[in-house]
Design a protein around this ligand. Structure first.
Ligand code: ATP
Ligand code: ATP
Ligand code: MG
Ligand code: MG
Ligand code: MG
Ligand code: MG
Length: 258
């Protein structure tokens, strides 16, 4: 119909498609920087790990966690962050595209506004962007397997990248370094780093373990009891660089996922 006044809203709306995330499952929104290989080159990130770039990522994730109360845990490494929404969340009626787009756009806009706080001398040369996806995990066990997968990935990439950049610093070209590392195992890489005088286990925990973000719930209850009601402003968001594969982490923080 050409007459706009005659268009039936229900008819137009009928073309919309809603992807509703399965009820009672843990929702993970993983965002990842687009073309950050180039972005990190253009902005001269320290290789293999630019501490300030990671601190900026963490600051953005903390702000996202504070903005959306249904996020109970968050894990980040390199240019990616995973946000875990609790299984009983009704955020945006569990519509995937709304949840993903809200988190991705808030993260990105904070990344740009906070850039100057972390890179005083470096101008932001062009606007970075992130993509995001939603995945549902039906149990805490599988959710923890997901998080373990990301942390293992962090370790493997960090070990590889640390070797790669040491080889490059020692005079090898990038393709020579790549060929040199082809087929090497974890043990080989540890030995190689020892030859460069690096004890892998002594590298900063943020590089080796990534960053985990969560609410310090134990403290809140203690403080609220002391400080009486309305003490919500005392809630603290924690950023830790710890092993989240080991059950001991979850045992020490029993309120995060339950
Ligand atoms: P895509 O668009 O497919 O995600 P990408 O170029 O972003 O491509 P990734 O696999 O996401 O590739 O890897 C991110 C890259 O960004 C890393 O390989 C690394 O080169 C760079 N990078 C991200 N964060 C840092 C950092 N803190 N320090 C140094 N380099 C970083
Ligand atoms: P939601 O988060 O559900 O989208 P909302 O507050 O963004 O809630 P919308 O229905 O999207 O509500 O409406 C956007 C509102 O933003 C408008 O009602 C209006 O008040 C305000 N707004 C947006 N653009 C302008 C503008 N150019 N000038 C004045 N007000 C504006
Ligand atoms: Mg990607
Ligand atoms: Mg990327
Ligand atoms: Mg990435
Ligand atoms: Mg609106």
């Amino acid at each position: 119909t050409n007459d706009i006044g005659k268009v039936e809203p229900d008819y137009v709306r009928s073309f919309q498609f809603k992807k509703i995330l399965m009820p009672s499952t843990w929702i993970v929104i993983r965002i990842d920087g687009c073309h950050f290989h180039r972005f990190s080159d253009v902005h001269e990130f320290v290789k293999p790990n630019d501490k300030q770039a990671l601190n900026l990522m963490n600051a953005c994730a903390v702000a996202v966690v504070k903005e959306f109360p249904d996020i109970v845990f968050s894990y980040g490494v390199s240019d990616e962050y995973s946000f875990v929404l609790k299984n009983d969340s009704h955020f945006y009626q569990r519509q995937a595209s709304e949840i993903v787009s809200a988190i991705v756009s808030l993260f990105t806009s904070i990344y740009i506004t906070k850039w100057k706080d972390f890179f005083h001398q470096k101008e932001l040369k062009y606007p970075p962007y992130f993509d995001g996806r939603a995945v549902c995990y039906p149990s805490v066990e599988i959710l923890r397997d997901y998080l373990a997968w990301r942390q293992v990935d962090c370790h493997i990439n960090n070990q590889y990248n640390t070797c790669f950049w040491e080889l490059v610093k020692s005079g090898k070209s990038k393709s020579e370094a790549q060929n040199f590392l082809k087929g090497t195992q974890t043990g080989d890489k540890e030995k190689l780093l020892k030859q460069f005088g690096i004890d892998y286990h002594k590298l900063p925990a943020m590089f080796r373990q990534g960053s985990s973000i969560f609410w310090d719930k134990e403290d809140i209850t203690m403080m609220q009891e002391k400080e009486k009601p309305g003490g919500n402003s005392l809630k603290r968001v924690i950023v830790e660089h710890c092993n989240i594969i080991e059950p001991s982490f979850w045992a020490a923080h029993p309120t995060i996922l339950y």
